[in-house]
Design a protein around this ligand. Structure first.
Ligand code: ATP
Ligand code: MG
Length: 678
């Protein structure tokens, strides 16, 4: 594994918020030692209807043996997140600033919306929700493509104190039904259909099935509001001017969309009848803002609950420093709003900073493999934030698609979702960042609300594959199996013994599961479920889920380590490694390998890989099985579901809950592909 260190972009940018490691260390120290003062200075930049008390700024208990786990920030203060994101910016003269550029699936479809217009639309939709009986504390489910209306729906909920629960619009009707029933939503907001690449998805039909199924779980969804998205795509395709037109231009597809009168309403009809202003509801800092299910990589998804004040502070602050955001920048995060990354870093973080962002509806491969790079060029994107899975997928096509575009505007590149293997990191750094951009490998979770371990672009010297150092207010701790803190160099469970403002407060309606999943293994600590290593320079290396650790003949190693060696082979596109019980060694390595485009998987490749792992890590790490994987089972957010691979390795077809998988068929294929003798 490469241990080279790469210099941050402060070398060329003197404007960076944090210019040196010295400055970082000083601020980090203050954030831990004078926590209330540190965060209250940040809080003072926002509007509080009832002020917070600096002397009683936060409180918590992480120790289940001493009572229920609880986390509170600025309790008693009141504010409104939507007010801080929109009204405040408009009042500060940013009304005409573009909040979002929208880039449709089809490159001919594009549009933009200013802060002023966004505020007006949000006020209207807040009034629509109120007219459907939604009041403070009610849940609103959102199942939508990446269009302006999803942002409008989110902020409208925040404005009137409703709790949004977004379900990524790629999930099955079963997943949607379960999640709607779990949160007992009063309204479902959706769209008629959407194109993803050249595939048409009839979202509303799927919602109808889900609303039916939700009844079996004991919940009837009273109201469904539907954005008419498809006809306006047709229209803008025809006129090619890419703006959203008046309703009269829209072809009436009403008859093609399944409809239940009395329950279903068109978004545009409802918006016509309401006032463009709506007074915000002042929320207590600890009132819920939203709930969101985790990706389901390791088991049944958990309904994480985030609250108002702390989440606002944390999303805003991480966005500013981790992307080194400055006015005038154009920021683009490719994550779907249905994931936490989309919540914190498409919607809340950027708007809290008055930023201009890009929202992209399509896929990186449509109409061709250079789509991401063409969007960066078109909008002169300065910060680009994506996932290792996308980088690896695009690497397969080589440098040609990249070279066709001018990427000179880029300053900061981000990565999130999985450990990024050094091979992919270097490709990203060299080809996309042209060796002059900083890479922020951001480690965090749905539960953490925002980045917790990450380099800062202006100051942190980067080591490919390391998330490096903690963000302000965060102190990572490594524990050994017995719960003892590991000092200095070492590897163990990544935990925290103190909250930061953006941390989750509970699992919706299930505080007991919250305590047992996160706080019971090591009383007094929040357990991330991930393992990490601290190196001799104090850098943190997240090694993957603790369940994915391997113990081969007494040697502990992480799957990430073996995977990064496999993907260094020029013919390998992706690899996933799991452990399989072994009578002698205890556990052995079972590797799944996807070759590059156009490469055939041969016994020669297989033995080269075995040799490579043996040489790079050691003889004990020699894989027992290398299996050809035409594809890997991934969650819809692009993460490899290793628990399914563990089942394939032992030929056990009881694979558990795979409803969050992007493509269930791949599982069957992997079972068929097992090498016979293993
Ligand atoms: P579930 O909790 O349901 O199993 P999930 O953990 O995949 O799903 P998320 O909250 O979306 O759901 O993902 C957080 C996890 O993603 C982290 O715990 C970690 O394993 C992984 N992760 C995210 N970013 C990074 C990163 N930069 N480096 C290493 N791992 C990362
Ligand atoms: Mg998780």
């Amino acid at each position: 594994m490469s241990r080279n260190v790469y210099l941050p972009y402060s070398v060329t940018s003197e404007k960076a918020h944090i210019k040196s490691m010295e400055q970082y260390r000083e601020m980090h120290k203050k954030s831990l030692e004078s926590t209330a003062q540190f965060w209250s200075e940040i809080a003072s930049q926002f509007h509080w209807e009832t002020p917070y008390d600096v002397n009683n700024f936060y409180s918590y208990n992480f120790d289940v043996t001493k009572g229920p786990v609880q986390i509170k920030w600025m309790e008693g203060a009141t504010t409104n997140v939507c007010y801080n994101l929109l009204d405040k910016n408009v009042r500060n003269g940013m009304g005409d600033k573009v909040a979002f550029y929208w880039e449709g699936n089809d490159p001919e479809d594009y549009s933009k919306i200013t802060y002023k217009k966004l505020l007006e639309e949000v006020c209207r939709f807040s009034n629509v929700l109120k007219s459907k009986g939604v009041v403070k504390g009610d849940r609103v489910a959102i199942y939508m493509p990446m269009v302006f209306e999803i942002v409008i729906a989110i902020l409208s909920c925040a404005r009137i104190g409703a709790v949004h629960s977004i379900v990524f619009a790629g999930f099955s009707s079963d997943s949607l039904a379960e999640r709607m029933a779990d949160c007992k939503c009063k309204v479902l907001v959706t769209a008629d259909s959407v194109y993803r690449g050249d595939k048409l998805l009839n979202i509303k039909s799927l919602c109808d099935i889900a609303m039916d199924k939700a009844k079996n779980f004991g919940h009837e969804v009273p109201t469904c509001i539907v954005v008419r998205h498809l006809p306006r795509l047709y229209r803008s395709m025809n006129t090619s001017n890419g703006t959203n037109g008046s309703n009269s231009d829209i072809i009436d597809l009403h008859s093609d969309v399944p409809w239940t009168d009395g329950r279903d309403y068109w978004w545009h009809d409802e918006m016509d009848d309401v006032e463009p202003s709506c007074y915000p509801v002042w929320m207590s800092a600890e009132d819920p803002l939203f709930m969101l299910y985790t990706s389901g990589s390791t088991g049944k998804p958990k309904g994480v609950l985030h609250t108002t004040g702390g989440y606002l502070l944390y999303a805003a602050t991480t966005f500013k420093y981790v992307f080194d955001y400055h006015p005038g920048d154009v920021y683009w995060c490719t994550a779907d709003i249905g994931w936490i990354t989309g919540h914190s870093y498409v919607v809340y973080g950027p708007l809290a900073n008055g930023a201009t962002s890009v929202i992209f509806e399509g896929t990186p491969f449509y109409p061709d493999n250079g789509r991401y790079w063409s969007i960066i060029e078109k909008y002169k994107v300065t910060q680009f934030y994506t996932a290792p899975t996308a980088i690896r997928a695009l690497m397969k096509f080589g440098e040609e698609p990249v070279k066709k575009h001018n990427l000179d505007s880029l300053k900061v590149l981000g990565s999130v979702g999985e450990p990024i293997n050094p091979e992919a990191w270097l490709w990203y750094y060299q080809n996309i960042g042209q060796e002059r951009c900083s890479i922020a490998d951001t480690f965090w979770q749905t539960e953490t609300g925002g980045h917790v371990i990450t380099p800062l672009p202006g100051c942190t010297p980067m080591k490919p594959g390391s998330a490096s150092f903690p963000f302000f207010g965060v102190k990572p701790i490594l524990l050994d199996e017995s719960g003892k803190e590991i000092e200095g160099v070492g590897e163990g469970y990544l935990v925290f013994n103190k909250p930061w403002p953006g941390m989750m407060r509970t699992l919706f309606g299930n505080h007991e599961r919250f305590q047992s999943v996160y706080f019971s293994k090591f009383p007094g600590y929040y357990c991330t479920g991930d393992g990490a290593r601290r190196d001799e320079d104090g850098y943190f290396w997240v090694t993957g889920r603790v369940d994915d650790m391997l113990n081969v003949s007494g040697h502990l190693m992480s799957t990430a380590e073996v995977e990064s060696v496999l993907t260094e082979h020029p013919d390998v596109s992706e690899a996933a490694v799991v452990s399989r019980p072994h009578p002698v060694k205890g556990e052995c390595l079972y590797c799944f390998v996807t070759p590059n485009h156009g490469v055939t998987f041969t016994p020669k490749l297989s033995s080269e890989l075995v040799k490579k792992v043996r040489e790079s890590i050691g003889p004990f790490a020699m894989p027992d099985v290398i299996q050809h994987a035409p594809g890997l089972p991934k969650t819809r957010s692009g993460k490899i579901m290793r628990r399914v691979l563990r089942k394939v390795a032992i030929n056990d077809r009881e694979v558990g809950d795979i409803s969050t998988l992007a493509d269930e068929h791949i599982v069957e294929e992997l079972f068929k592909n097992r090498p016979e003798k293993s």
